[in-house]
Write a protein of this length. Structure first.
Length: 264
C-alpha cells in the first residue's frame, strides 16, 4: 500500500506501540497526526520521525477530558479535513485488586480507555463519512476477551471497546469505513510501569511478563499489515495469546489458570 499523502492519526503516540506505529508509518512517507497527553514524549516521537521525510503534526490532548478531544479534533480537521486512518491507541492499565480500588479509579480508567476512544471516534466520524470512507483501528487487549486478576476496570474498559466497535463496524459498512480491533497480549512497553495502583499512583514496576513480550516494533508491523488488509481483528503477542483460545474452547481450564497464573 502506498502511504505517501495518506493522513494517519495516532493516539498514545508518545511511547510504546503508538510511538512504534508513528515511526513505522513515517518511514512509509505518511502524513502523521500524533496525539498524547505527554507533550515531551510526543516531541521526542516527532523528532525521531522527522528524519524519515513524512510530515508530522502534533495534537496533544488528554483522553479523560472531552473538551480537549473536541478542540483537538476541530484543529486537526481545519488543517487536514481528510483523515484516512485513525488509530485510537491511547490508554492506561491497572494493577490493583477490586476490593481495594475506589470507584473513582474504576471510572477514571473507563473514561480514558473507553469513553476517550468513543468520543474521538464520534468527533471524527462525520468527516470520514463525508470524505467517502476511511479506516478506524482501536486498541483493545487480550483481556478484552476474558477477565484477569488485578485488572478489573481495565478488563471492563477493553470488553466495552470490543462490543462498541464491533457494533460500530456493522453500522459503518455502507459508509465504507472499516474497523480493526487490535488485541495485544504482552508487548515490551512501559504500560505496566504507568499502570495505576489502588491509590491512583503509577505501579512503577516493569512486569516480568511485559519485559519478555514481543517488541513494540514487531507489534507495529503486525498492526500495520492488519490495517492494510482491512482485517476485522488482530491479535498481537506471543505464546500468551493461547489463553484466548483456552478461554473459548476449554473454559473450565481457563478459570483454573486465571486463578493460579501470576497476573504480572
Amino acid at each position: 500500500m502506498k502511504y505517501l499523502g495518506k493522513k494517519i492519526w495516532i493516539t498514545g503516540a508518545a511511547s510504546g506501540i503508538g510511538k512504534a506505529l508513528a515511526l513505522a508509518y513515517a518511514g512509509k512517507q505518511a502524513t502523521l497526526i500524533l496525539s498524547d497527553r505527554d507533550l515531551p514524549g510526543l516531541r521526542e516521537t516527532e523528532k525521531l520521525c522527522a528524519g524519515t521525510g513524512g510530515e508530522v503534526v502534533l495534537a496533544p490532548f488528554d483522553l479523560a477530558v472531552p473538551e480537549e478531544i473536541a478542540a483537538a479534533t476541530a484543529k486537526v480537521l481545519a488543517h487536514h479535513p481528510k483523515i484516512d486512518i485513525l488509530i485510537s491507541n491511547g490508554g492506561i492499565s491497572q494493577r490493583s485488586l477490586a476490593l481495594e480500588t475506589p470507584i473513582e479509579l474504576d471510572r477514571r480508567i473507563m473514561e480514558v480507555n473507553f469513553f476517550g476512544a468513543v468520543e474521538l471516534t464520534k468527533a471524527l466520524l462525520p468527516a470520514l463519512i463525508a470524505n467517502g470512507g476511511g479506516h478506524i483501528a482501536v486498541t483493545s487487549s487480550m483481556t478484552g476477551k476474558f477477565g484477569f486478576p488485578l485488572r478489573t476496570a481495565y478488563c471492563a474498559s477493553k470488553h466495552a471497546i470490543q462490543g462498541y466497535f464491533e457494533a460500530l463496524r456493522a453500522e459503518l459498512y455502507s459508509h465504507k469505513v472499516g474497523v480493526t480491533i487490535i488485541s495485544p497480549g504482552r508487548v515490551y512497553t512501559n504500560i505496566s510501569v504507568h499502570a495505576l495502583d489502588k491509590d491512583g499512583k503509577q505501579h512503577g514496576v516493569m512486569d516480568p511478563g511485559q519485559a519478555n513480550g514481543i517488541s513494540a516494533e514487531k507489534s507495529a508491523r503486525i498492526i500495520i499489515r492488519a490495517i492494510q488488509r482491512k482485517k476485522k481483528e488482530v491479535f498481537v503477542g506471543g505464546f500468551e495469546l493461547i489463553m484466548i483460545y483456552i478461554r473459548k474452547f476449554l473454559t473450565p481450564v481457563f478459570h483454573i489458570l486465571a486463578r493460579k497464573i501470576n497476573p504480572t
